[in-house]
Write a protein that binds this ligand. Structure first.
Ligand SMILES: *Cc1c(COP(=O)(O)O)cnc(C)c1O
Length: 443
C-alpha cells in the first residue's frame, strides 16, 4: 500500500479512486475516446498484422484438426458460436421501454481445446513460436501441409525447447495443453487464485505446474525470471506480448462474418456494444482492437472488472498504467472471478487501447454469481464467474446519455469468456450459490 499522503493526493486528483476504494460497483466512460481512424494509430500494430495472424492460424488448421479431433468439425479453426439470449434479455428487463435492442452472447466459454478466450491468444502464440523453430530447422517449408508437425520426429525436436507462462489459470491451460501436444516442455506458474482442477488437468497433460501462494503478478515475474536463465525457453509474457494480442484480435473479422451470416446489422444507426471481462487486459484489449478494425466507430467496447480487482480502470483513469496496482490503494485483489484476479494492468494494452475503449465498469462477486445462475436458468448456459462479468456493463451503457439515440436498434454482445471445462461439481456449486443469492434478493 502507498503511504497515506500519497493516497490522499491521488484521491484529491482522481475522486473516482475514493469510490474504487469503497468497493462499490461503478462505471467510468473515458472522455478521451477518439475516432477509430485516428486512435487505431496508437496501437503500434495494424490490420496487416492481424491478417498475418489469421493466415497463420489457417496454415495450422490441418495440424489442429489432426492433433485435436474436437476441432475437425470446424476444419481446425478454433472459433466459438455467437447466440442470441432472448430469455436472459427478458429476465434482465432490457426488453422494456425504449432501450430494447438485442442481447447476444459470444461463447468463448465453448472454444475447443481449452474452453476459454485464452484459446485465441495463448494457442496462437505457441503456434507462432513452433512455426518459427520448425522453419529455422528446415522441418517445415512454405506451402507444406502443417499436419506433418504431428509426427514423432517433430515432437522430439520440439522436446529440446521449453515454453513457460505465469497465469491465474486459463492462460496456463491454453499454453500448457497446446505446448505439450506439440512436444514442448511446458511450465505453468500458477497464482494462488488458480483452481485446483486446472492444475490437475495440466499435470495430466504432462505440464509442470509451479504453485505460488501469491497473486498473478508474482507468478508472472517468477516465470519470467526462470525463462531468462534458459535460452531454449520461450516465455509467454501476458503483460506485454504482441503475439497474444494479435491472436485475440483475429476474433474481430470472425465476428463480423458471423453477424453478416446471421443478418445482424452493425453501422452508425445500429451500434454494437461489446462487454468484455478484463484481467490483465490482453484478451479484451486484443479482441477490442480486432473489433475496432472490423467495425470502426460503430462498435463500442466496455471492459468489466471485479470491484476487488479494477486494475485496468485504475491504470487508464490515472494514466499511471502498470505504474500502479490496486493493492497500492488498499484493494485486496481477492475475487471469485479467478480469471480476472489481476492487481496490476498491462501497460502495453492500457496505452495502446486507451482512446479506443469507451468505458469501464466494476462488478461484485455476488452479482457475478447471480448473473451466472440467471444465465443458467434462462438459457441453460453454464459459464464460470469471470465469464459473465460483461453483463454488468449493460446498465451503465443504457443509462449513459451519449448512447441514447440508437439504443432501440443496438446490439449488445456479452463476451462469455470461459466455463465449458469447469468440472460438473464445481459448476453445480457456482449455480447453487447464485440461485441462493437470487432467492435472497427476491425477498
Ligand atoms: C483471462 C480471462 C479473462 C481476461 O483476459 P485478460 O487477458 O487477463 O484481461 C476473462 N475471462 C476469463 C474466463 C479469463 O480466463
Amino acid at each position: 500500500m502507498l503511504p497515506t499522503p500519497a493516497i490522499a493526493a491521488l484521491r484529491e486528483k482522481f475522486p473516482l479512486i475514493t469510490e474504487l476504494m469503497a468497493l462499490q460497483p461503478l462505471s467510468w466512460f473515458n472522455p478521451g475516446i477518439a475516432p477509430a481512424a485516428e486512435a487505431l494509430n496508437d496501437v503500434g500494430l495494424t490490420a496487416d498484422d492481424v491478417a498475418d495472424a489469421s493466415a497463420r492460424l489457417a496454415r495450422f488448421a490441418p495440424y489442429l484438426a489432426r492433433a485435436f479431433p474436437e476441432t475437425q468439425a470446424s476444419g481446425g479453426i478454433i472459433e466459438s458460436p455467437v447466440v442470441p439470449l432472448p430469455a436472459m434479455q427478458a429476465a434482465l428487463g432490457l426488453a422494456s421501454g425504449v432501450t430494447s435492442g438485442q442481447l447476444w452472447l459470444k461463447q468463448d466459454s465453448h472454444l475447443p481445446i481449452s474452453g476459454s478466450i485464452k484459446a485465441r491468444g495463448g494457442i496462437y502464440e505457441v503456434l507462432k513460436h513452433a512455426e518459427m523453430l520448425a522453419l529455422d530447422a528446415g522441418l517445415l517449408k512454405e506451402g507444406d501441409d502443417y499436419s506433418l508437425l504431428a509426427s514423432d520426429a517433430v515432437r522430439a525436436f520440439f522436446g529440446q525447447y521449453a515454453i513457460a507462462v505465469g497465469s491465474t489459470g486459463n492462460l496456463g491451460l491454453s499454453i500448457g495443453i497446446m505446448s505439450a501436444r506439440l512436444g514442448f516442455r511446458a511450465t505453468v506458474h500458477m497464482s494462488a487464485d488458480a483452481r485446483q482442477w486446472k492444475k490437475d488437468k495440466l499435470r495430466s497433460h504432462g505440464v509442470t505446474v509451479v504453485e505460488y501462494a501469491t497473486d498473478y503478478s508474482v507468478a508472472v515475474e517468477a516465470g519470467r525470471r526462470q525463462a531468462q536463465g534458459d535460452p531454449t525457453c520461450h516465455f509467454v509474457d501476458d503483460e506485454n506480448s504482441h503475439d497474444l494480442f494479435l491472436g485475440y484480435a483475429v476474433a474481430g473479422q470472425r465476428l463480423k462474418a458471423q453477424f453478416d451470416a446471421a443478418g445482424v446489422a452493425v453501422d452508425a444507426q445500429h451500434p454494437l456494444f461489446v462487454y468484455l471481462p478484463c484481467g490483465v487486459g490482453g484478451g479484451p484489449g486484443g479482441v477490442a482492437f480486432g473489433l475496432k478494425l472490423a467495425f470502426g466507430d460503430a462498435v463500442h467496447c466496455v471492459f468489466v472488472e471485479p470491484t476487488h480487482s479494477p486494475c485496468m480502470l485504475l491504470g487508464v483513469h490515472t494514466g499511471l498504467h502498470e505504474g500502479i496496482s490496486v493493492q497500492e490503494i488498499g484493494i485486496d485483489n481477492l475475487t471469485a472471478a479467478d480469471g480476472l484476479a489481476v492487481g496490476r494492468p498491462s501497460g502495453f494494452v492500457g496505452r495502446a487501447m486507451q482512446r479506443l475503449i469507451d468505458g469501464y465498469a466494476t462488478v461484485t462477486d455476488e452479482e457475478l454469481y447471480r448473473l451466472l445462475a440467471l444465465l443458467e436458468q434462462t438459457q441453460g448456459l453454464r459459464l464460470e464467474p469471470s465469464a459473465v462479468a460483461g453483463f454488468a456493463g449493460i446498465p451503465p451503457v443504457l443509462a449513459a446519455p451519449q448512447y441514447r439515440q440508437h439504443l432501440d436498434t443496438a446490439t449488445h454482445l456479452v463476451w462469455g469468456t470461459g466455463g465449458s471445462m469447469v468440472p460438473e461439481q464445481e459448476m453445480a456449486a457456482y449455480v447453487a450459490r447464485g440461485r441462493a443469492l437470487l432467492a435472497a434478493g427476491a425477498d
